[in-house]
Design a protein. Structure first.
Length: 290
């Protein structure tokens, strides 16, 4: 079987097609390679020139290996937009594999437009519900939570009235009246240093909404993405240094601090970057106002 290790050097687009066929994917064509480049799944090849005429553009060995990884992961996703998280994850975590110009195209592909951007917003809302929702929250409260956050993630402005509605929706799933009304207690998830409360979740939702809006407006440029990646790497280094202590203090939530598997890193790359962009934009807006 043709594997990642089988690639020994750079190659032209015909070599990428041959790689795919050798790995057992006969449907890969030159036209599809160009389509994947346009979507950011692969990077643009490097042009080579000589004194007379020109050689075929060349893809790096890293990009040839990335193609094999993408072909393997394609069996696990329904849409190419989801596959865009593979180069995004590689760009977020490791140097030398995916350039920012490619990550920018992959980011736009992952977010998408129309129905796809609605799916991204709905997936984010569902994932957040799984993370913070109380087991005794009603189905009505859960549906309302997902609906409101999906609408905000798909471009609806967060007005004063909308924020009040969001607050009620978050509280209904985090602190259902059947459990918390009589006690007067406030629910906080995670470690004592940075617990996730109702207000924390509101900030999280606002960040996702702002980041999606900026992307759909075509304003998530390379500089903004690189700034988000720098913040991600710095915060990750701090987190890794504290993860053991955080897991100990988290008690029953210790599983939240386990090291994610490589597949999880791929699956979570889009939402991670969405939150990073949103938090950075909120922080920058606060600084500007100040």
């Amino acid at each position: 079987m043709y594997t990642w290790e089988s690639v020994s050097g750079p190659g032209a687009i015909d070599d990428l097609v041959a790689d795919a066929h050798a790995a057992g994917y006969p449907d890969m064509t030159v036209r599809r390679i160009h389509d994947w480049i346009a979507k950011g799944l692969l990077d643009q090849p490097r042009l080579r020139t000589r004194r007379r005429g020109s050689d075929k553009a060349e893809h790096s060995a890293t990009q040839r290996r990335l193609l094999l990884l993408l072909l393997d992961k394609r069996q696990q996703v329904q849409h190419l937009s989801s596959l865009a998280q593979v180069p995004l994850a590689m760009w977020l975590w490791w140097d030398g594999y995916v350039p920012t110009r490619q990550a920018q195209r992959a980011w736009v592909t992952w977010v998408g437009r129309g129905r796809r951007s609605q799916e991204v917003a709905r997936e984010g809302a569902g994932g957040l519900l799984e993370q913070v929702g109380h087991q005794l929250a009603t189905e009505t409260a859960r549906a309302r939570f997902v609906r409101i956050i999906t609408e905000l993630g798909n471009g609806k402005a967060l007005t004063v009235r909308g924020r009040a509605e969001l607050l009620d929706a978050v509280r209904d799933v985090m602190e259902p009246e059947s459990v918390f009304a009589a006690s007067g207690l406030v629910r906080a998830l995670g470690p004592a240093q940075a617990p996730m409360t109702v207000e924390t979740v509101i900030g999280y939702v606002e960040a996702l909404s702002i980041a999606l809006g900026r992307t759909l407006d075509g304003k998530a440029d390379a500089a903004l993405l690189e700034r988000a990646r720098a913040i991600h790497r710095a915060s990750t280094a701090d987190y890794l240094a504290q993860r053991g202590d955080l897991a100990t203090e988290a008690g029953q939530f210790a599983h939240l601090f386990r090291e994610p598997a490589l597949q999880q890193q791929f699956d979570q790359a889009g939402r991670q970057l969405l939150l990073l962009l949103g938090m950075h934009l909120i922080h920058r807006r606060i600084e500007t106002r100040g």
